[in-house]
Design a binder for this molecule. Structure first.
Ligand SMILES: NC(=O)c1ccc[n+]([C@@H]2O[C@H](COP(=O)([O-])OP(=O)(O)OC[C@H]3O[C@@H](n4cnc5c(N)ncnc54)[C@H](OP(=O)(O)O)[C@@H]3O)[C@@H](O)[C@H]2O)c1
Length: 338
């Protein structure tokens, strides 16, 4: 495994991060823990979860797995705060000092650990000034409960504003951003990736397979079977299945994969592409089953040449968003003004 620096920190992480969003939810605890064990055996040392994933169950399963295998010390453990954790309490979400400190304590208990390696603010929230959020996070670092700070789905200007606030106030800064990035959505190439490279910020993309679409398992003009991630009725994912351009991308991935031979498939090409983009640290894979995990792992062996990249760029141009597959409002427009 060729480990990579997590931005300008001295920490080294595997080129794939294991996303644990399915664990304790669609994936039962026992098989989830088996996937975590297998990932660590394969050399993956980077796990990503969030307090909101199945309202704490994902963190619970990750904590159980690390307790069972005794390998907590080897893992760079990332979790998040921001999402709603109770329906009937206005303070059980967001980026306030109160919520962040309360949720950090709760995450530590569920994860059965004394420290979180990367604590990420899941979304920006304009009603809470950055200084409040950053001071709370800085206190957690100084108290030894958190090692590094990160963000998710921030616009480039929001990230830079946060860097500016931490510099002004002498606080620990964000070192990592977690954005959506895949061949259906290349928007971060416009500003976020150049910003990250310029400031030494790690970038760990989520949904590198477009929630499974880029594996090539969805068929043109055919409704997917029940239970698959992309549903024809879901407002966020409808556009992917309705757009012919998204299927054109998959056709190119399949063609490149066929030329590589040796069991290479469209998903491996999509993952390898994401993993090797300049400025990307580690894409976060989100396997639901052990078979999917084993398959994802094979992407580490796939090499893309200049001609492959050129063909991919022709069908999915740099900076483009072919389908608003996850959230059309990602970025500055998602910033809620008070
Ligand atoms: N920060 C954020 O806001 C945010 C948002 C989303 C995710 N994330 C993080 O990113 C991680 C990955 O996100 P994601 O789950 O959307 O990633 P993804 O890798 O794009 O999609 C994962 C899905 O693809 C399908 N899949 C994976 N491997 C496959 C294979 N070999 N063959 C066929 N289908 C396969 C499965 O769908 P089926 O279940 O349909 O089989 C699986 O659930 C999450 O676990 C989480 O840690 C963060």
């Amino acid at each position: 495994m060729q480990y990579r620096p997590l931005g300008r920190t001295g920490v080294k992480v595997s080129p794939l991060c294991l996303g644990c969003m399915m664990f304790g939810g669609k994936t039962e605890p026992e098989p989830s823990m088996d996937i975590i064990d297998r990932a660590i055996d394969a050399g993956i040392n980077f796990l990503d979860t969030a307090n909101v994933y199945s309202r704490g169950k994902s963190e619970q399963v990750v904590g159980d797995a690390l307790q069972r295998n005794g390998k907590r010390d080897r893992i760079v453990l990332a979790t998040k705060v921001h999402g709603r954790m109770a329906d009937d309490d206005p303070n059980m979400m967001g980026n306030s000092r109160r919520h962040i400190i309360q949720q950090c304590e709760a995450s530590l208990k569920r994860l059965k650990t004394d420290w979180i390696d990367l604590y990420q603010v899941h979304r920006p929230r304009s009603e809470t000034p950055f200084d409040e959020t950053l001071r709370a996070l800085d206190d957690l670092v100084r108290a030894g409960k958190v090692r590094y700070l990160g963000t998710s789905t921030f616009a480039a200007w929001q990230f830079v504003e946060a860097l500016w606030v931490s510099k002004e106030l002498g606080l620990n800064r964000f070192v990592c951003e977690q954005p959506p990035y895949n061949l259906l959505d290349r928007r971060i190439e416009r500003e976020l990736l150049p910003m990250a490279r310029s400031h030494g910020v790690a970038v760990i993309p989520w949904s590198p397979l477009g929630q499974g679409f880029l594996t090539g398992k969805y068929q043109r003009d055919q409704a997917p079977p029940e239970g698959w991630r992309l549903s024809p009725d879901h407002f966020r994912t409808k556009s992917v299945l309705e757009s012919q351009r998204t299927f054109d991308i998959v056709d190119v991935l399949k063609a490149i994969a066929a030329e590589k031979g040796d069991g290479v498939n469209a998903g491996h090409i999509a993952l390898s592409w994401c993993m090797t983009r300049p400025g990307v640290t580690s894409p976060i894979i989100g396997p639901r089953t052990m078979e999917q995990f084993e398959d994802n792992l094979k992407a580490l062996e796939v090499e893309l040449g200049d001609e492959d990249i050129k063909r991919i760029d022709e069908v999915s141009p740099p900076g483009d968003m072919v389908a608003p597959y996850y959230n059309a409002d990602f970025g500055p427009s998602q910033y809620r003004w008070p």
